[in-house]
Write a protein that binds this ligand. Structure first.
Ligand SMILES: Nc1ncnc2c1ncn2[C@@H]1O[C@H](COP(=O)(O)OP(=O)(O)OP(=O)(O)O)[C@@H](O)[C@H]1O
Ligand SMILES: [Mg+2]
Length: 212
């Protein structure tokens, strides 16, 4: 169980701090909606450890994640606009989601399966800079999903995808979340993504999360 309790944060000069609380069970997809500038990415930055809260807890099955640096947190994340290492091949980019210490063969198999699951068969050898925007987004998602950590944070992960691809990738995120018991937190402006995926919904307004 993931429980965020009274996680407080203010940017310099901000009068009223954000205060975030939410709960999510394994296998659930928690959707966060809210106007542009309402603080959705700020929440994900706090969860992932790039921002430090002034108070509060991020409790995962009894362990508080707040004292942990980003790299030690049991999560994977796909941030808004975050992309690939442009000079690397697509498969090398996806490989970065796997631990360094597995065999070359096991890595190649998992990378190939991940590329297939996001519809990028045959593009592994292509340098990332030569992919389209939607292909880059899918490769970045494949890398994120391969990490297989208990918490998955996604910020507008489907924004560059056409409707058909979007539906396929949504199914993939849903199936992997259920199968692996991830706590997935999805930030999306798109009502149809939220309807298709969310098992819990929160609206971010006036610095607080409101469960719908
Ligand atoms: N580093 C920063 N310093 C000061 N203010 C910031 C900083 N980063 C974000 N903000 C402000 O905090 C507020 C929340 O920003 P945030 O990026 O979390 O919004 P968001 O809900 O993700 O918006 P969008 O939907 O447009 O991505 C905004 O008013 C933004 O200008
Ligand atoms: Mg944002």
């Amino acid at each position: 169980m993931l429980r965020v309790e009274g996680l407080s944060f203010a940017y310099p000069g901000q009068a009223e701090p954000y205060q975030f609380s939410l709960a999510a069970a394994p296998g659930e997809i928690t959707a966060i909606s809210g106007a542009s500038g309402s603080g959705k990415s700020t929440l994900l930055d706090l969860l992932s450890g790039f921002l430090a809260p002034s108070a509060g807890r991020i409790d995962l099955d009894g362990t508080d994640l707040v004292p942990l640096p980003p790299e030690a947190r049991p999560l994977s994340l796909l941030l808004q606009g975050q992309s690939l290492f442009d000079h690397l091949r697509t498969d090398s980019n996806v490989r970065l989601g796997l631990p360094a210490k597995i065999t070359r063969r096991a890595a190649a198999e998992q990378v190939a399966a991940a590329l297939e699951s996001v519809g990028l068969v045959g593009l592994g050898a292509q340098v990332a800079s030569t992919l389209s925007g939607g292909q880059k987004q899918r490769a970045a998602l494949a890398r994120t999903l391969l990490r297989n950590r208990p918490i998955l944070l996604l910020d507008e992960p489907f924004s560059a995808l056409d409707d058909a691809t979007r539906a396929t990738i949504r199914d993939l995120v849903r199936d992997l979340t259920r199968a692996n018991g991830w706590h997935t937190v999805l930030v999306s402006h798109h009502a149809d993504d939220v309807v298709a995926l969310a098992t819990r919904r929160y609206r971010l307004q006036s610095g607080r999360l409101h469960e719908d």
